[in-house]
Design a binder for this molecule. Structure first.
Ligand SMILES: Cc1ncc(COP(=O)(O)O)c(C=O)c1O
Length: 395
């Protein structure tokens, strides 16, 4: 479904995001087609919570890493059974709420021995059966050390209300090396087999955060089809027999998002052409984009012919010299009022910026559904309401 971008620009004087659900669903269909049959998908909500209402039917699970994400998912009607309550710190109130809720039949991940003990206590208090995934560490602050995970599995019969369904593993994002996938999957396979041998424990599931990459910048390319083909072969070769759930954020969501920002001023300082925008780093942050060292894919709405022998530095509206979106980029002849469109802005870009600096507004968010219906899911948001002191006398 083509967006009538002119209509959107007419109703919107400021910067905004647009998430295209047809692109999102085609992306999910592409991933499914490229992976072995029966591979389940778990969407990492942190990548983009704005598309949760649309993604529900197309993935088996949603990985929820905070009480805030849980509230968003519930408000959008996500069923309990789809929820994987994850995250390194789980607020005690959330754990209490979930264990007290008779209808909760989702999964909770275990990141530490303390979390496990807390769930032992809560499950007994509420006489509630809970399904757990034990997160195996990759050597960072996340997850359980093998020795701790071993101990939990070994002594699992002491806590019959806690059903360990398997293991969760994530080692990082933007992973392009098939050798790294091969190493990780081989390690996980052997580890799950050793749990069976040593403790007579068969993991029903392996929930694996693949960290599939997205190429964001000019000159950056990898052969995604080939990577997915080789990755699928690795999955098919696993011996442990666990059902595979792939936990993915970036690779699912990046392509469905675009960010639009207006050029509001133009100047030449010491021979450098600057285009100033009404957006900036408080609106958009690309992974791996430090000090505008790389060039994200961008275009000028309605203009295609590149102006030769002229390059632009595109800056945002923050009073910091760091607020550079792109350096030395060739563009069509631009003028104040033109709109720049940044591509592949559907994952993390919107939430990883320095949103509160200068108390500027955050951009509006639009969702374009497959039937062509356009929804505003957030009007421009005034951050002055967050940064404004609100005096309440305490004593
Ligand atoms: C545990 C876990 N799973 C999945 C993801 C999603 O990663 P990506 O967006 O690279 O797919 C993350 C991202 O931080 C994560 O921490």
């Amino acid at each position: 479904m083509a967006t009538d971008i002119n209509e959107l620009l007419r109703i919107n004087s400021g910067a905004f995001y647009l998430f295209d659900i047809q692109v999102l669903k085609e992306r999910i269909a592409f991933l499914r087609k490229s992976l072995p049959e029966g591979t389940a998908l778990c969407y990492a909500v942190k990548a983009n919570p704005w598309i949760i209402g649309e993604i529900g039917e197309t993935v088996e699970r949603l990985e929820i890493c905070s009480s805030g994400e849980e509230v968003i998912c519930r408000s959008l009607g996500v069923e309990n059974q789809k929820m994987v309550i994850s995250g390194v710190y789980k607020a005690p109130a959330l754990l209490e709420q979930l264990t007290a809720d008779e209808s909760f039949d989702g999964i909770i991940t275990i990141e530490s021995e303390r979390q496990y003990k807390e769930l032992c206590r809560l499950s007994e208090k509420h006489q509630k059966t809970l399904r757990l995934l034990l997160r195996l560490t990759n050597g960072s602050q996340f997850g359980l050390d093998e020795s701790v995970l071993d101990g939990i599995v070994k002594n699992r019969h002491q806590h019959p209300l806690l059903q360990i369904v398997g293991v969760q593993y994530f080692s990082g994002t933007q992973k392009t090396s098939i050798k790294k996938y091969a190493r990780e999957l081989s390690y996980l396979d052997s580890y799950l087999l050793s749990l069976r041998e040593r403790f007579d424990f068969t993991a029903e599931e392996l929930e694996y955060g693949t960290g599939f990459p997205v190429s964001y910048f000019a000159g950056e390319h990898f052969d995604e089809q080939e990577l997915l083909k080789e990755f699928s072969a690795l999955l098919s070769g696993l011996q442990c027999g666990a059902a595979i759930v792939l936990e993915i954020g970036r690779s699912i969501a990046a392509s469905c998002g675009k960010y639009y920002t207006h050029i509001v001023d133009i100047k030449e300082n010491k021979g450098q052409h600057y285009a100033l925008t009404d957006g900036g780093l408080h609106h958009i942050a690309y992974y791996g984009q430090y000090m505008a060292m790389k060039q994200p894919c961008l275009s000028v709405v309605g203009k295609t012919e590149i102006e030769p022998d002229k390059s632009w530095t595109v800056c945002g509206a923050l009073c910091t010299m760091n607020d550079i979106l792109v350096k030395q980029v060739q563009l069509p002849a631009v003028a104040v009022g033109d709109v720049l469109c940044f591509e592949k802005a559907g994952a993390y870009c919107m939430t990883e910026g320095i949103s509160l600096l200068l108390s500027r507004d955050l951009p509006a968010v639009y969702i374009l559904k497959e039937d062509g219906a356009l929804y505003c899911v957030r009007p421009p948001f005034e951050t002055s309401t967050i940064n404004q002191p609100n005096y309440e006398r305490m004593y």
